[in-house]
Design a protein around this ligand. Structure first.
Ligand code: NAI
Length: 251
């Protein structure tokens, strides 16, 4: 590992991109990486508009409207980063969606959209950056998986499969990226209080909180600080890991 020059601002001089940065876990990740000294490119769907601009202002970063599931998302991000910043050191694949239904009612559209945003996009973005030479040596890729990708969750076959796929991505990419001096790790949050989980009916939400081994839901900062650890040059010997945050499993 490489000790940061300044322990208070270990990411000074680094450029990070956080997808899904307009709100929730992504917005807090942007804040924490910025506190640690990084310039943060805050990416989210164009419809996120004001909220995305707010996060970018708060972290003194830049906003970049980007639908991560678009075919050219990786190339667009790479071109933007090369032009403005000479490349990217840290990419946090946080953007994610749920389209829950019990398996019998799980139509192809729900399945495909969740796989496209949660699983294909994190791979395409990294590939796009590598192809254009935009991912810098010594960099870090951090993917946001979920406890649902480890333990499964009723009504979330599509989501659980996408998040389990992310863990497969991390395992497969770790040795490939190591050749470029880049680490890749994942966080697997349990139940975190955000707009995503606010959409869950109250009784299910309460049950979800209690099923965590900590018997409570977590906060966005719990996830963000774990992401910051993987972004820190002091963790550059750590790759191919999945860290559960706020809970061991749903059951
Ligand atoms: P959220 O719904 O509050 O925020 C997600 C953000 O991603 C939104 O700003 C949304 O506009 C953006 N996004 C969605 N599709 C996008 C696309 N195609 N391109 C770019 N941006 C897109 O969700 P939350 O709770 O903050 O979740 C963040 C990540 O954490 C997701 O990957 C989610 O699956 C994961 N997660 C969340 C948990 C929770 O309990 N809240 C638990 C485990 C994982």
């Amino acid at each position: 590992a490489t000790a940061p020059k300044d322990w208070d601002r270990p990411l000074e001089g680094k450029v990070a991109v956080v997808t899904g940065a307009a709100r929730g876990i992504g917005a807090t990740i942007a804040e924490v990486l910025s506190r640690d000294g990084a310039h943060v490119i805050c990416a989210d769907i164009p419809a996120a508009g004001e909220a995305l601009a707010e996060t970018a202002n708060k972290v003194k970063g830049t906003s970049f409207p980007l639908d991560v599931s678009a075919d050219d998302a990786g190339a667009k991000l790479a071109e933007h980063a090369l032009e403005r910043h000479g490349g990217i050191d840290i990419i946090v694949n946080n953007a994610g969606i749920t389209r829950d239904k019990l398996l019998a009612n799980m139509d192809a559209a729900r399945w495909d959209s969740v796989i496209a945003v949660n699983l294909i996009a994190p791979q395409q973005l990294v590939n796009g950056l590598i192809e254009k030479g935009a991912l810098k040596e010594g960099g870090a890729v951090i993917d946001v998986s979920s406890i649902a990708g480890i333990a499964g969750n009723r009504g979330q076959t599509n989501y659980g499969a996408s998040k389990a796929g992310v863990i497969g991505l991390v395992d497969t990419y770790a040795p490939i990226l190591a050749e470029k001096g880049v680490t890749i790790n994942a966080v697997a949050p349990g139940f975190i209080e955000t707009k995503m989980t606010a959409a869950i009916p109250v009784a299910t939400r309460e049950a979800g909180r209690l099923m965590s081994s900590l018997q409570q839901g977590g906060q966005t900062v719990d996830v963000a600080e774990t992401v910051a650890y993987f972004a820190n040059p002091a963790s550059s010997a750590i790759t191919g890991n999945v860290v559960r945050v706020c809970g061991q499993g749903f059951l």
